[in-house]
Design a protein around this ligand. Structure first.
Ligand SMILES: Cc1cc2nc3c(=O)[nH]c(=O)nc-3n(C[C@H](O)[C@H](O)[C@H](O)COP(=O)(O)OP(=O)(O)OC[C@H]3O[C@@H](n4cnc5c(N)ncnc54)[C@H](O)[C@@H]3O)c2cc1C
Length: 559
C-alpha cells in the first residue's frame, strides 16, 4: 500500500483484505513516533485541545541521552507550554548549566580552543529563557506526562506498519509488539515523527536530498573517574581533535560517566576512516575513550554503543496532502551545532497550531500547505549550517567548494524568516536568510522579539502573552487597532487578544521600547500568530482599521 496515491477503494476495504481488525478508531490527528518531536507535537496539540493518538514502537521514552543542547527558541516554546520551570529543574539534576564548548587534542591537554566560553555568552538579553543542557532521557518523560495530563492518548510498544490516504483522511495500520491482531485507526491528518528512517516518508515516495551520509559514527557510553581531568572546569561539550580520532565528549554531573561520539578515526598514513561503526570491538571502544581522555591507563567500563550516520539531508517535500513530516523524518544533520532536535521541535510548533485551527474549522485547509513553505527552507539552511560546522570543526577533508558561510548561532536559533501565504510580508523581499535578533525586529515572518514588560503588575516578557490564539500588539497610540482587531476577530470566530504596549498600556512598557523593537512606530501594530511569529505589521494609523485588520485576518486564516 502506498500512502502517496489516492485510493480508489473505500478506506477500509484494502486493509480488511489483509486480515486486519478494523478497530474503527477515529482521531483528528495520528502522530507516528513518540520521541522528542512526536512528544513535542503531542504536547502542543494537547495544549491546543486537539484530540490525537500518538503511537511509539518502543516501550517507553528515550534510553539514550542524544540531544542535550536546547536553544532559546525551544525553551521559549516550552515556556509558552508552561513547562519551562520543570524542564529547568530536570536539567539542573543532570548538568551544571552554562558550560563551555571547547576543542582539545585530548581532555588531559592544556591546549583548549573555545567555541563558547559559556553556552549563553552574548545571548542573555535576547530571550526570557536561556540555552540549556538536558538529555532526551530527562526531557521526554516530562513532555509525555504533561501531554497525557492535558488529554493526549499515547500507545507505546505499538508500531505503525502501513497507511494510506484518500481525499477525506488517512487510514493507518498499527501493530502491538506484544502480539494480537493488527488494528486500524482513521485520522484526518498523520504527523510523521518517526525519525531518520521514517516509514511514512518512504511509503510516501519522498526521497531525501542534500549531501547524504559522510560518516558511520558511534556514540560510546562509558563510566570512568574523570574528576581530576575535568577539575573545576564547567564543560558542556568537548570536541576532541586527537591525532588518531575526531569526536566529542559530554560528561555526567559527577564526572564519573559520559559519552564519546566518534565521527572518524585517523590512520597512521593520515587517511581518515569514516566507518568507525563497523567492526567495533569492546576493546577498541575502551581504547578510543582512553585516547580521547589522554589517559592510556584509566579504568573505563563501556555500558553501551550506539551507531548512527553523520548526514546532511532533507526531504524535498515536508507534506504529502494529509501527511506531514517533522523532525528527523524531514531532515537529518550532523550534531555539530546541536541543531537537529531543536529544528524538530520548531517543526512541531509550526505545524500544531495550523492543525488545531484547521481541525476546528477556524482556518481554511490551505493554511496547512504553509507548513512546507515555511519549514523546509529553514530546515535546509540549518542542515547546511550543521554541515559547515562539521567541515570546519571536525573534517576539513570533506567537499567544501559549495560550503555555506557559517552564520551566527543566535540568528540561526532565533532569526529564521518564514515566507508563505500565512505571512503578509512587505511587497519587496530582500531575500535575507535570517534576521539578527540583536537588532530591532517585528518583520513579518520572524519570531516576535522579547521585550520586558509589566503584566498585571508583575515583570514578564511580551512573549508571555503569545501562544494562545492570535495576539494584536499595538503601539502607544494604536488603540484603534486593538478595538478593530477585537471586533473583527469576534465576527470571524478567531481566537485573539489585543494589547496596547505603552508606559500606560495593558502591557506596561516602561521604557517605551515597543515601537522601535517591533518596528510599528507609535501608531502601528503587529498581528502575531499562535506560534509567536509576526503575521502582519502596520506602521501607521489607518482611516478604516477595522477593514484593514479584517482583510489581514482573512488572509492569514485562508478564509
Ligand atoms: C550523538 C548525538 C548528539 C546529538 N545532540 C543534539 C543536541 O545537542 N541538540 C539537538 O537539538 N539535537 C541533537 N542531536 C539530534 C537529535 O538527537 C535528533 O534530531 C532528535 O532526536 C530527533 O528526534 P525525532 O523525534 O525527530 O526522531 P527520533 O528521536 O529518531 O524518534 C523517532 C521515534 O519514532 C519511533 N518510530 C520509528 N518508526 C516507527 C513506527 N513505524 N511506528 C512507531 N514508532 C516508530 C522510534 O522508535 C523513535 O522513538 C544529536 C544526535 C546525536 C546522534
Amino acid at each position: 500500500m502506498n500512502g502517496g496515491g489516492t485510493s480508489p477503494q473505500p478506506p477500509y476495504g484494502h486493509m480488511s483484505a489483509r486480515g486486519v481488525t478494523v478497530a474503527g478508531q477515529q482521531v483528528p490527528v495520528l502522530v507516528a513516533g513518540g520521541s522528542l518531536v512526536g512528544l513535542s507535537t503531542s504536547l502542543l496539540l494537547a495544549t491546543a485541545g486537539v484530540p490525537h493518538l500518538l503511537i511509539e514502537r518502543h516501550r517507553g521514552t528515550a534510553v539514550h541521552p542524544r540531544a542535550a543542547s536546547f536553544h532559546q527558541r525551544t525553551m521559549e516554546i516550552f515556556r509558552t507550554l508552561g513547562v519551562q520551570a520543570a524542564v529547568e529543574a530536570a536539567a539542573e539534576r543532570e548538568f551544571v548549566q552554562n558550560g563551555a564548548i571547547v576543542s582539545v587534542p585530548s581532555l588531559s591537554s592544556d591546549q583548549v580552543t573555545y567555541f563558547f566560553r559559556n553556552f549563553n555568552e552574548g545571548v542573555e538579553q535576547l530571550s526570557p529563557t536561556a540555552r540549556l543542557f538536558i538529555t532526551q532521557i530527562g526531557l521526554e518523560p516530562l513532555l509525555r506526562d504533561t501531554a497525557q495530563e492535558r488529554g493526549a492518548t499515547h500507545r507505546y510498544a505499538t508500531e505503525l506498519v502501513d497507511f494510506e490516504q484518500d481525499d477525506d483522511g488517512v487510514t493507518a495500520v498499527m501493530r502491538s509488539r506484544d502480539g494480537g491482531a493488527e488494528e486500524t485507526v482513521r485520522s484526518d491528518y498523520l504527523v510523521a515523527a518517526d525519525g531518520a528512517h521514517s516509514l511514512v516518508r518512504e511509503r510516501s515516495g519522498i526521497e531525501m536530498t542534500g549531501r547524504g551520509a559522510f560518516a558511520r559514527c558511534v556514540t560510546i557510553y562509558f563510566r570512568a573517574d574523570m574528576r581530576d581531568l575535568i577539575g573545576e572546569r564547567n564543560l558542556s561539550v568537548v570536541y576532541v581533535n586527537h591525532p588518531e580520532l575526531l569526536g566529542f565528549f559530554r560528561f555526567s554531573f559527577a564526572g564519573d560517566a559520559g559519552f564519546l561520539a566518534v565521527f572518524s578515526t585517523i590512520e597512521a598514513d593520515g587517511s581518515r576512516d569514516t566507518h568507525v561503526a563497523e567492526d567495533l570491538t569492546p576493546e577498541r571502544c575502551v581504547d578510543l575513550v582512553r585516547k580521547a581522555l589522554g589517559r592510556p591507563d584509566l579504568a573505563v567500563d563501556v555500558d553501551n554503543v550506539q551507531r548512527w550516520s553523520a548526514e546532511a539531508s532533507w526531504a524535498p517535500r515536508f507534506q504529502d496532502r494529509r501527511v506531514f513530516l517533522a523532525g528527523d523524518a524531514a531532515h537529518v544533520m550532523p550534531p555539530t551545532g546541536g541543531f537537529g532536535g531543536n529544528t524538530g521541535v520548531a517543526d512541531a510548533h509550526n505545524l500544531a497550531w495550523k492543525l488545531a485551527l484547521v481541525a476546528n474549522g477556524t482556518a481554511g485547509a490551505a493554511l496547512l500547505d504553509t507548513y512546507d513553505a515555511e519549514r523546509r527552507p529553514v530546515a535546509g539552511l540549518t542542515v547546511e549550517q550543521a554541515y559547515t560546522r562539521y567541515v570546519l570543526r571536525v573534517d576539513p577533508s570533506l567537499p567544501r567548494d559549495d560550503l555555506a558561510a557559517p552564520l551566527d548561532d543566535a540568528s540561526i536559533e532565533l532569526g529564521p524568516i518564514y515566507r508563505s501565504g500565512a505571512v503578509l510580508g512587505p511587497d519587496e523581499d530582500d531575500g535575507a536568510p535570517l534576521v539578527d535578533p540583536r537588532l530591532p525586529g517585528g518583520r513579518p515572518g520572524t519570531r516576535a522579539p522579547h521585550l520586558p514588560v509589566d503584566r498585571d503588575g508583575a515583570p514578564a516578557s511580551v512573549l508571555d502573552v503569545l501562544g494562545d490564539g492570535f495576539v494584536l500588539l499595538a503601539g502607544p497610540t494604536g488603540q484603534p487597532w486593538c478595538d478593530a482587531a477585537a471586533s473583527a476577530a469576534a465576527d470571524l470566530g478567531m481566537p485573539l487578544t489585543a494589547y496596547r504596549v505603552a508606559p500606560d498600556g495593558t502591557l506596561v512598557d516602561a521604557g517605551s521600547s515597543f515601537p522601535e523593537t517591533f518596528g510599528t512606530g507609535a501608531d502601528g501594530a503587529v498581528l502575531v500568530r499562535p506560534d509567536g511569529v509576526i503575521g502582519w505589521r502596520v506602521t501607521a494609523a489607518a482611516e478604516n482599521p477595522r477593514e484593514e485588520v479584517e482583510r489581514a485576518m482573512r488572509r492569514l486564516l485562508f478564509r
